[in-house]
Design a protein around this ligand. Structure first.
Ligand SMILES: NC(=O)c1ccc[n+]([C@@H]2O[C@H](COP(=O)([O-])OP(=O)(O)OC[C@H]3O[C@@H](n4cnc5c(N)ncnc54)[C@H](OP(=O)(O)O)[C@@H]3O)[C@@H](O)[C@H]2O)c1
Length: 279
């Protein structure tokens, strides 16, 4: 691409991302299972211990992505599961000693039925899959963010998964006019129909991370949020590590709710709940 062409592509991506960010600037979704009490915060350490004793197994979809790789690292650091499996389209190079017991299942997402065995025998599943319209086109985006996610959830359910965790997005709404929010809302609803024993949906605002892949649009959005007052920015964005800790703090606390919806605020609250417990 010539320099002016690449500059205008970056500018277009920036404008598109800013529009997307502005779409997220709407009143907070009403979350359930959201608040975390002081007593719960204090008992997180105990909850983790109890959880470890149960020797559960877990799979992660999207472990090569920004959220998925932080989730994997945190799962290993907290030692929560007796077996950790990554399900992805390529094998990841995991050199460090900490990763030596991580299993990897390489699958073809276009033929997932042929890989049903990869989804068998996991108690808990985390789905951090996703692409962008810019990267995959509208059709490709729907294929990944709806079809791959839904098929994976179906196979996980058949394989015995009890607790499915879906990383969705703030503003997800199956009747939205915006493809991104519509697809997120639709997949949330269709996974719910599978009737997992426990289904937790996370709806973060803009994810704050130092993305490895170059996404000028997202960079611009992060700068935009960086320029806002802290209280306002935190209403619409969240660091990836906070999302990950919220997912794990939620997973270790028993729940009799079949479905939990954690909005951006609930993610902040729950994700930071254990700061005082960190060594
Ligand atoms: N970015 C935000 O601000 C934001 C805000 C709210 C919600 N979300 C949602 O949060 C989720 C995670 O976001 P993220 O930024 O952590 O994701 P990410 O860094 O883009 O990672 C996406 C993951 O999905 C996999 N993937 C993408 N296309 C695939 C394909 N065609 N076939 C198989 N696997 C594919 C990637 O695998 P490879 O490494 O092999 O490509 C990677 O593991 C997404 O659903 C996203 O929509 C994002």
């Amino acid at each position: 691409m010539s320099r002016p062409a690449s500059l205008s592509a970056a500018a277009a991506a920036g404008v598109a991302a800013l529009v997307a960010a502005l779409l997220l600037l709407q009143p907070e979704d009403v979350g359930q299972g959201a608040s975390v009490s002081m007593a719960e915060t204090e008992s997180l350490r105990k909850l983790r211990e109890d959880f470890r004793m149960q020797n559960k197994s877990v799979f992660i979809l999207g472990a090569s992505g920004e959220t998925g790789r932080v989730l994997l690292k945190e799962i290993l650091e907290q030692g929560l599961f007796s077996k950790v499996t990554l399900i992805g389209r390529r094998k990841l190079t995991l050199d460090e000693e900490a990763y030596k017991n991580v299993n990897q299942e390489v699958v073809d997402f276009e033929k997932l039925d042929d890989y049903a065995s990869a989804f068998q025998g996991h108690d808990v599943g985390f789905c951090c899959l996703g692409t962008t319209r810019k990267k995959a086109g509208a059709e490709g985006f729907v294929r990944v963010d709806r079809d791959y996610v839904l098929k994976s959830a179906e196979l996980a359910k058949s394989g015995g998964c009890k607790h499915f965790n879906l990383l969705s997005s703030k503003g997800a709404d199956k009747s939205s006019n915006f493809l991104y929010l519509q697809v997120k809302g639709e997949v949330e609803a269709r996974v719910e129909e599978l009737k997992f024993d426990r289904y937790s949906i996370f709806r973060p605002g803009v994810l704050l991370c130092d993305r490895q892949e170059s996404r000028p649009g997202e960079w611009l959005v992060r700068k935009f949020f960086g320029s806002l007052p802290e209280s306002w920015a935190s209403g619409h964005s969240v660091p990836v590590i906070t999302v990950v800790r919220a997912m794990l703090n939620n997973a270790v606390r028993p729940s009799d709710k079949k479905k939990e919806l954690l909005d951006n605020k609930a993610i902040h609250d729950l994700g930071k709940a254990d700061d005082s417990l960190k060594p």
